[in-house]
Design a protein around this ligand. Structure first.
Ligand code: 5GP
Length: 164
């Protein structure tokens, strides 16, 4: 089997802090963090606390349907945040990984014409990414296992009654 990049929950804790450190050291003080659901929610939550930013927004983008299985183009799912709310704001887009970069490009371009400034923070960036993120924790060309998506979804056990 081909080698995977494994992010554990423990490593994720360090990654969030270290990523926030690079943002702060760079002197970027975002007014709001725009997370790309679902993976970006974890990153945005971590950065929100570490950078003391309480203004968090979510954008839902669907692109991947499985390991290296993706749609032709990433699509924004409703509700899409109102860019009017973001006018004259400094935005930090947070996501788990820039792979092709298509997802980040979609979200960044959506913001670009409206907001004062937009920068991207990711845990991982792959070499082929068309978006070069300002803040990157690690670089890899492997498929990454994230702690939040490595296990299959919890489903109701058949023939059993769920109780507390
Ligand atoms: P992109 O648009 O940059 O190709 O992909 C962005 C999204 O695809 C990520 O936010 C993530 O949900 C998914 N993705 C891309 N590469 C990987 C990977 O190596 N591992 C996992 N688990 N998801 C990935």
């Amino acid at each position: 089997a081909e080698e995977r990049e494994e992010l554990t929950w423990e490593l994720f804790g360090s990654a969030g802090r270290e990523l926030a450190r690079t943002v702060a050291d760079d002197g970027y003080a975002p007014d709001l963090i725009l997370s790309i659901a679902r993976g970006g929610l974890f990153v945005a939550g971590s950065l929100g606390y570490a950078l003391d930013v309480k203004n968090l927004h979510v954008m839902n983008v669907e692109f991947y349907t499985g390991v290296d299985q993706r749609l032709d183009l990433p699509v924004m799912l409703p509700p899409v945040p109102n860019v009017v709310d973001l006018t004259s704001k400094k935005v930090l887009i947070a996501d788990d990984v820039a792979d092709t970069g298509a997802t980040l490009k979609l979200v960044r371009d959506y913001c670009l014409d409206h907001v004062a400034e937009v920068r991207c923070a990711v845990i991982y960036e792959k070499p082929q990414s068309t978006v070069k993120c300002e803040y990157v924790w690690r670089r890899t060309d492997r498929w990454i296992n994230f702690p939040w998506s490595v296990l299959p979804p919890v489903v109701q056990r058949s023939g059993q009654v769920l109780d507390a």
